[in-house]
Ligand binder design. Structure first.
Ligand code: ZN
Ligand code: ZN
Length: 178
C-alpha cells in the first residue's frame, strides 16, 4: 500500500526530471532500480533521506552507490502529496551523485516547477511537531496555543497577556511513543 504510493510518487517525479533536463531516459531507468522505503513515523526533523552504501569517504557517488531513498510516512498522506513529490525529487538529486547541498544542488532543486511544494518544508515540520505533541500549552485569556511534548506545570506565561499557560492534553500520545 505505502510501497505502491512511493512508486506512484516516483513515477510522477521522473518524467518531470526528464522534462526539465535534469536526467535522461537511461538515468530514469537506473533510478527505478533504487529501493524506496520509509523513515520512522515519529521522526520530527528528518523529512526524507538518500542512504548510500558505505564507500570511500568523500568519494564520488553515483546511482549504484544508493542503498535506499526513504520518505516520511506522513508526507505520503494525500494532504502532503505535492511536498512528497518535491522530497522525492530532492533525494533523486542526491541519488544521481549530488551528495552535498552545494550551489549546483540548490540550483537544480529550484528547477522543480511546483513553487508551493518547494516551500512546504517549514509547514510540514510544524505539522510533524504538532502531531507528536502531547500537550497544548494554552493561554486562558487570548487562547494562543503552543504544542509541546511536556507539561508547562505553571512555569510559563503567555508572552502577550502575562498570565499562566494551562496544560491541555492533545490526546495524541501514540506518535510520541514507540
Ligand atoms: Zn538533501
Ligand atoms: Zn495570552
Amino acid at each position: 500500500m505505502s510501497r505502491s504510493k512511493l512508486v506512484h510518487i516516483r513515477e510522477q517525479v521522473l518524467p518531470v526530471m526528464i522534462d526539465i533536463g535534469v536526467i535522461n531516459l537511461t538515468q530514469a531507468d537506473d533510478l527505478r532500480m533504487v529501493p524506496l522505503g520509509m523513515i520512522r513515523r515519529n521522526a520530527t526533523r528528518m523529512h526524507a533521506v538518500c542512504r548510500y552504501h558505505p564507500g570511500p569517504r568523500g568519494g564520488d557517488k553515483g546511482i549504484d552507490d544508493v542503498k535506499e531513498i526513504a520518505i516520511h510516512p506522513v508526507a505520503i498522506e494525500d494532504k502532503w502529496r505535492d511536498y512528497a513529490q518535491f522530497l522525492m525529487y530532492h533525494e533523486m538529486l542526491h541519488a544521481i551523485g549530488h551528495v552535498r547541498h552545494d550551489r549546483l544542488f540548490r540550483d537544480l532543486e529550484a528547477r522543480w516547477p511546483d513553487k508551493n511544494a518547494r516551500e512546504s518544508g517549514p509547514s510540514f515540520g510544524r505539522h510533524l511537531r504538532q502531531r507528536a505533541a502531547r500537550w497544548n500549552w494554552t493561554c486562558p485569556r487570548c487562547e494562543r496555543e503552543h504544542y509541546r511534548s511536556r507539561r508547562s506545570n505553571g512555569r510559563y506565561l503567555c508572552r502577550v497577556c502575562k498570565v499562566k499557560l494551562i496544560d491541555v492534553p492533545t490526546g495524541q500520545t501514540h506518535d510520541a511513543e514507540s
